[in-house]
Design a protein around this ligand. Sequence first.
Ligand code: GLN
Length: 224
Amino acid sequence: MSSPKANDSAPGAGTIGVLALQGGVFEHLDHLRRLGIEARAVKQEADFAGLAGLIMPGGESTCLSRLLKIFGLDAVILRRYREGMKLWGTCAGAILLAAALKGEQPHLGLIDIEVERNGFGSQLDSFCCEALVPKVSPEPLPLTFIRAPKILRAGKGVEVLLQIDDFIAAAETPDILVTAFHPELTGSLAFHRYFARKCGLQPLAEENLDPSWDRTSWMRLAKI
Ligand code: GLN
């Protein structure tokens, strides 16, 4: 089992939460559990107890930001972040974390990036591709962009992990990871392993994964 580096005594230490107000929650939980990481859906303040990290999933950033305000979870995220909880925003989650949004007011404003929502066009302009992200994996990784934002600019203190053509697709600070794409909608666990390590946890190595595990298990809701 994974053992946390810090916060050993806190309830839930070693756990990564997935904000579960709207959007792609199940697939993130599935990827984390495949890596032997305890993962919990987060819907209310009590669910934040002892979390080492929180994933803010893809979905609809306008809707997510309203729900965060209605349930008062925006303030809880800011407080827990200041206390050391790491954050990863995928797609809409990255939009919520950005300090600047092209033509719109920012939401949580925790990472100095400028983001353009729907930067590739409509839902029909969604696409998949592959790219090498050397800090995350030695193998090229599958990337799924769904009505994705473009990260236009990364400020001081933000490291670009992946640049494609005229946009940044992944970036980080020591405490926050942002990806414009959806690693949870692929058979690769590399980004989830990377984030778990960023949270001070010890995810299973590729060779120690359950060999019977179906690499498309994250699709099982779609199959029902
Ligand atoms: N287009 C959505 C937004 O602006 C993000 C899409 C996604 O998360 N896949 O919030």
